[in-house]
Design a protein around this ligand. Sequence first.
Ligand SMILES: [Zn+2]
Length: 575
Amino acid sequence: MSDNSGNGGRAREGRSRREQNRLTDKKESGTGDPRPSSNLPRGDGRPSTKPQIGDSRPAPKSSGDSGSSKGGDGRSDGGGSGGGGRRRRRRRGNRGRGGGQQRGGQQGRGSGASDRPVEAIEDTPSLELDEKTLRRRRGRERRGKPIGRYLMCVSVGDGVTQLAILEGRALIEHYVSRPADDANEIHGNVYQARVQNVLPGMEAAFVDIGTPKNAVLYRGDVQFDADDVEGEKRPRIEQALKAKQRIIAQVTKNPIAHKGARLTQEISLPGRYVVLVPNSTTYGISKRLPDGERRRLRSILDQVKPADHGIIVRTAAEGVTEEEIGLDIGRLAHQWDEIESLARRSEAPALLYREPELVFRYIREEFNRDFRGVLIDDRATYEQVRAYAEGVAPALVDRISHYDLKEEKLPLFERHHVQEQLRKTLDPKVWLASGGSLVIERTEALTVIDVNTGKNVGKSSLEETVLANNLEAAEEVARQLRLRDIGGIIVIDFVDMDVAKNRDKVAGALREALSRDKTRTQVFDISELGLVEMTRKRIGEGLLESFTSECEDCEGRGRQLDESLLAPGGGVGRR
Ligand SMILES: [Zn+2]
């Protein structure tokens, strides 16, 4: 069993990632990071003769606009006025604006003969809890006011939703989502897909899922029936897949720039307490839970686990009743039935299941009694979130409130000082309380963090001063990685320490600080040169990428060329 999900997702993911890295090695000199190199033309959707990773076909005119073909990830049209209006605001439109409407629709759906994709948030009947359980689930209060470390602020703009998580007053996480973007924001979606071509040499296949760019399915993510394939344990990709074949596949990675979305055939449907892995023997309980709790959950699963499907129990299941887990599993199993039924009626390519947008995912997976509140500055979103929370966290519904811009003096993010904290977060330099600093630089392949000591000359020895500075930096690095949503390979250059024991202390402090990060990280020991190499799972595109675009003049290099030195008779010829 691997870290916290048993023999299922994580182990699988590790293996596939390695395979992908091997592939990118060939193309992008080992970055493992599928971003375009700055001196190449950005993904422009031109069909090429030879198929290659990230292969594109021209974007259909109806869904594409100049913005999405330029950046490839839709970021270039963010915040502006143009793109949003032309896009179909499908989710809101489908669900109906009012919460009441939504609940009514859900009862009337019956056999589900509709051909529109299954949406998780429609399958949330109210959860009835007995008084005792309700009381345990409710958060703590002081003089009638809810208390908790965290506050969630949701700001809904034109086509862009921003989510900020505050711990006390400090911004600790921030996400940007463009919910109407059906071409780029598709992580978790399930498709009836069609294999376009199989590339044995790359151990990958290109798959049409109906988005402008073909998606990629690597050999490690292919599912196969052992009876169909003779010989080897894991068949070659050309044995398992054929062109034009129809498959059901799920997006595990959004398309980025010139790279298509990444797919897996091993579907997983996340719920609040469990993840359902349809038609699988996967079985796992989060290793973050104490042994006694794991035993209790295992005995509950013996009662409620569906025979055909695998289950991974999430850390959030701690202290949860059999009824709640049963309901969660039942809901997911029902979702899967609907997905399969829709697949039988659909031609490829077709979207079968759409992951709910960011706010709902966050409520589903993270919202608990440690949140003193959820503030949403858009009435319709507020009503939908509240209705959804009645199904997944009924004891906490009262903590969700509408931040009415008509009544408030300040916009939500200003009121909670999110903006000014965001601004600092876009700066490469971060000051430490003791006077030292970090400089965070993103490159194509990795992120480099340079740790500097301040002018503070310690009272004790230099080694002691440096140690204190590095320990402080380790804490801040963890905070910044989470806040800036930096993924991939990260190299931290701590200030040199002579004593090996101190180097271990710093690595330990970094690991400890990172354990509060729900995104998976891996830290290696400090090298002889005082460098720490680590990885952090890439989830979003990163804060910097969401808020900025590359400078067109210098293509992101940040240097101006002195033309006179290259001119004939200039510096070059002189000597
Ligand atoms: Zn520039």
